[in-house]
Design a protein around this ligand. Structure first.
Ligand code: AMP
Ligand code: MG
Length: 333
């Protein structure tokens, strides 16, 4: 299969919508990362999404819709809280996990009786969904386990020849995936942190929002652990290089990274350094995955990364990715 890269013109988006209608696979831009789109009601197409990514079949897909009112196709009921969240954050980088309708296949839901839904803010992508005439699934458009794709070239690198098309809208603005919020329990619970923070959600809802305990455990989940977001148990975002995070005050981190760089270069290793220092948490989010991929391209053997200090809110979301990328390999100085 030849993968075609399209500019987001009306004509091209209509072509891509036709591909989706026929059961094909189209990678699409969003504000978070690139997604891999297929008709959410076409089970064969959704199976091919798992195949193209090499994604475990029990790791469910997020369904993307073109307008908030389309949520009724996917879930049988809305609560007042869900409506508040939609009003405050959609379109935007917030995914809601809700009870699913029977029309959503277990292929999409990874065998769960819930479904994760998002309304992305890219106009090109909403036009794609609209013209396809169906909600589309959209996991990140990368090979499972690799850093998420924030540019069309990242998608091409991982999936060239495995998908029909890519709509190239340039760099993704946010750079890390959406916040995933479970709305099926008594207390809204964040399953994956993102740039919509716990504080943002609590302010909109006027009530407490919890973090899933795995997010603060500081270590990978045990083998037999059944997390609420099945994606949590898999290896994630891994660069080819070994990665070590150094945590501490800024000056100490810088010195330790320098010491380790010299040491490792003496051993003949190519070392890559990731220090966000003066950058804001949002800038770190924007660059993180692209930096990992750049270092892979350069043939780096070892990445030394400085932990973000006082990583709250968006910083907490970036640190969540950094810890997973490094396989929780962290030293404190
Ligand atoms: P990705 O598609 O790569 O952005 O990953 C989607 C994330 O959302 C994964 O961590 C999934 O496990 C999680 N997710 C998707 N659907 C559900 C669901 N119904 N319940 C809980 N987590 C979900
Ligand atoms: Mg992903």
């Amino acid at each position: 299969m030849k993968t075609i890269v399209y500019e987001p013109t009306e004509e091209n988006i209509k072509k891509c919508a036709e591909i989706i209608r026929k059961g094909g696979l189209v990678a699409f831009p969003t504000e978070t990362v690139y997604g891999l789109g297929a008709d959410a009601f076409n089970e064969d197409a959704c199976r091919r999404v798992y195949e193209a990514k090499g994604r475990p079949s029990d790791n469910p897909l997020i369904v993307h819709i073109a307008r908030a009112s389309d949520i009724g196709q996917l879930t049988p009921r809305l609560s007042e809280d869900i409506v508040k969240l939609i009003d405050n954050f959609w379109p935007g980088p917030l995914t809601l996990v809700v009870k699913k309708k029977d029309t959503i296949s277990k292929t999409v839901s990874g065998g769960l009786d819930t479904v994760a839904i998002r309304l992305p803010d890219s106009e090109a992508t909403r036009a794609l969904i609209n013209w396809a005439g169906t909600p589309i699934v959209g996991p990140s458009a990368n090979t499972s386990g690799r850093p998420s794709p924030t540019k069309a070239e990242h998608v091409l690198h991982d999936l060239d020849g495995r998908i029909d098309a890519i709509i190239d809208e340039g760099d993704c603005r946010v750079g890390i995936e959406s916040t995933v919020l479970d709305m099926t329990g008594d207390v809204p619970t964040i399953l994956r942190p993102g740039i919509v923070t716990r504080e943002n959600l609590e302010a909109a809802l006027g009530k407490t929002v919890e973090l899933d305990p795995t997010l603060t455990a500081g270590k990978p989940a045990d083998e037999d652990f059944k997390p609420k977001a099945p994606g949590m148990k898999y290896k994630h975002y891994a660069p080819k290089a070994d990665m070590l995070i150094v945590e501490g005050n800024r000056e100490d981190v810088k010195n330790e990274v320098e010491r380790l760089r010299v040491l490792n270069e003496k051993l003949g290793n190519k070392v890559g350094i990731l220090l966000f220092e003066e950058k804001t948490f949002n800038e770190a989010a924007h660059e993180f995955f692209a930096d990992l991929r750049d270092m892979d391209e350069q043939g780096v053997d070892m990445i030394l990364a400085g932990a973000l200090s006082d990583a709250e809110g968006v910083g907490f979301a970036v640190m969540n990715r950094m810890l997973k990328s490094a396989g929780y390999n962290i030293v404190r100085v």
